[in-house]
Design a protein around this ligand. Structure first.
Ligand code: AKG
Length: 277
């Protein structure tokens, strides 16, 4: 018999509780997952990028069908930026972040990064429209493994306090069998049946299946609320067919990917054989 002291088992990368909650609710929250120094760098990068203007004319001219989103989309009390790593290298460090990657792989299998965007809201920003990226029929548990073909990772760069224009969700709606009529409920905020507000602190991360019905609430408070959204699709899905008019924002040029570490390169390998500028 060996006299060597037993090595304590490493803690699981994904806990049974996280798996249970993600499957039950359609989302899970990782409290204080991102280190404060990185949160500060990311927030500074968002502010730098928001202060600039972008000339989208050349690539938009090549999109012959549909209406693509601009790189910077200024709405009522809101600024949205699309395709973040094209805009600033600070965002590279959030791709394949070690606090998130094990859950991403556990819940999706072989994730690939698709669109990345920021949303900053100020007082008066109205609520959005309830939506989901994929239908509930596409959320599956196969042989005991969660498999969501689309999975969004939301990083809070400022506190998301009640009334701050938070992400609002209908927990469990990724498995729903009935829909509320859009003309009555589509634009409703927190009053929507079954809705909860996802609040948290800067550095918290929310992973949710895009089968979950979700929305952005209106902002009733002072100050700015800024979140990042890094959306992922299973490698066997075709993002260019999914949203052809916005492929420019999803695809990152080789010089951007060249900056990435191994995990981030792995998470963006669908981009290698493609040219979308
Ligand atoms: O404002 C929010 O946090 C919600 C954003 C949202 O629903 C989206 O970007 O798809």
């Amino acid at each position: 018999m060996s006299t060597a002291a037993a090595t304590p088992a490493a803690p699981p990368a994904v806990t049974p509780e996280q798996r249970f909650l993600f499957d039950l609710q359609g989302f899970v929250i990782l409290r204080q997952a991102i280190e404060p120094e990185l949160v500060a760098d990311l927030l500074a990068a968002v502010r730098r990028c928001e202060a600039r203007d972008y000339d989208d004319a050349a690539w938009k001219a090549k999109v012959t069908v549909g209406k693509p989103s601009s790189t910077k989309d200024v709405g009522e009390g809101s600024i949205r930026l699309n395709g973040l790593p094209r805009l600033d290298p600070a965002f590279d460090r959030l791709i394949a972040h070690p606090a998130v990657l094990p859950l991403l792989r556990d819940f999706q299998g072989d994730p690939q990064l698709i669109n990345t965007w920021s949303i900053t809201k100020s007082r008066g920003c109205p609520s959005g429209w309830w939506h989901a990226g994929i239908p509930p029929s596409e959320y599956q548990v196969v042989n005991g493994a969660i498999r969501t073909p689309m999975l969004n990772v939301v990083t809070m760069l400022t506190d998301n306090t009640a009334g701050d224009g938070c992400l609002i969700v209908q927990p469990g709606s990724h498995k729903k069998n009935f829909a509320l009529p859009g003309e009555t409920y589509g634009k409703m905020g927190r009053e929507t049946p079954g809705c909860i507000e996802v609040t948290g602190k800067a550095g918290d991360v929310v992973l949710f299946t895009e089968a979950l019905h979700h929305n952005g609430d209106d902002k009733k408070t002072d100050g700015l609320r800024t979140n990042l959204y890094f959306n992922h699709m299973h490698v066997q899905r075709n993002v260019v067919m999914y949203d052809p008019v916005n492929a420019h924002h999803y695809w990152l040029p080789p010089e951007v990917r060249a900056r990435f570490g191994d995990d981030a390169k792995q998470l963006t390998r669908w981009m290698v054989p493609m040219t979308i500028d």
